[in-house]
Design a protein around this ligand. Structure first.
Ligand code: BTN
Length: 260
């Protein structure tokens, strides 16, 4: 029996074994039918949760995205998860957490036979439409421990009609594959990859991911829209991903690096 914070509908242990590292590992998953936001729950209960605990919901009523946007989270068998991390990579690498998670997600989608792309820094696209997004929040817990919450949303079985209500072009795995997808089997592919990649980031610099990350950045060599600090979007030539994960672009006045 596992003690679990507040009111998770159920807590289970997910036993996973990755082909690359066949030792079985166990993760606690706190599963909710409906919650405001899995990331909010992880943050509020950070002291009671353990490193690598995963919060999962079937539906979120206040799912949040990057830049204060909402993340539409209907009960349509999509993935809404937040992973709490208490053993953190060195400070200068924390900004790479979501870039690294985007590689794990892209690898998972590739394993399903699709060809995902990463739009710098961490949107995952299929055929130029968003399929998954990551929100990484770092903070000090009430007990003053540094924590990160990595929130991941993935459109698994979202229908065309639900997606058409969104502001940006988006798609789902079931649309791309033409059949309903078992969300749990996607999670079983994703979680070991996340664990493997996040452990790599604890031990090695982002440079160790550079070729994998860049291989998903199909926009390199083309034009790329970047929002400036003034909120205005400008179009640049995207040159390369630098070893620290920043994006090198060519502007009218020369080359510059853009940081997420
Ligand atoms: C983005 O804007 O692209 C990031 C979206 C992140 C959404 C996920 S869904 C699970 C977790 N809980 C939230 O409230 N947000 C993240």
């Amino acid at each position: 029996m596992i003690d679990h914070p507040n009111s998770a509908d159920s807590c289970e242990l997910l036993q996973i074994a990755d082909k690359a590292s066949p030792q079985a590992e166990q993760f606690r998953i706190f599963r909710f039918r409906t919650i405001d936001s899995t990331s909010e729950y992880a943050r509020t209960n950070s002291d009671a949760l353990d490193d690598w605990d995963l919060i999962l919901a079937e539906e979120q009523t206040k799912g949040r995205g990057r830049h204060g946007r909402k993340w539409f989270s209907p009960p349509e068998d999509n993935i809404y998860i937040s992973l709490i991390l208490k053993t953190l990579a060195p400070r200068e690498r924390l900004k790479n957490l979501s870039q690294v998670a985007s590689i794990s997600i892209a690898d998972t989608i590739s394993e399903l036979g699709l060809r995902p792309a990463i739009k710098w820094p961490n949107d995952i696209l299929l055929s130029n439409k968003k399929i998954s997004g990551i929100l990484c929040e770092t903070f000090s817990s009430p007990q003053k421990k540094d924590c990160a919450v990595l929130g991941i949303g993935m459109n698994v079985n979202m229908s065309e009609s639900s997606l058409s209500a969104l502001e940006i072009p988006a798609t789902s795995l079931s649309i791309a594959l033409g059949k309903p997808i078992d969300k749990n089997s996607v999670l079983k592919l994703l979680i070991p990859k996340l664990r493997r990649d996040l452990i790599q980031l604890l031990n090695l610099p982002f440079e160790s991911f550079l070729s994998r990350y860049s291989s998903y950045c199909h926009f390199l060599g083309g034009r790329f829209l970047v929002s400036g600090d003034d909120g205005i979007k400008r179009e640049y030539s995207a040159l390369r991903i630098n070893s620290d994960g920043s994006l090198a672009v060519r502007t009218e006045s020369g080359e510059k690096n853009i940081y997420a």
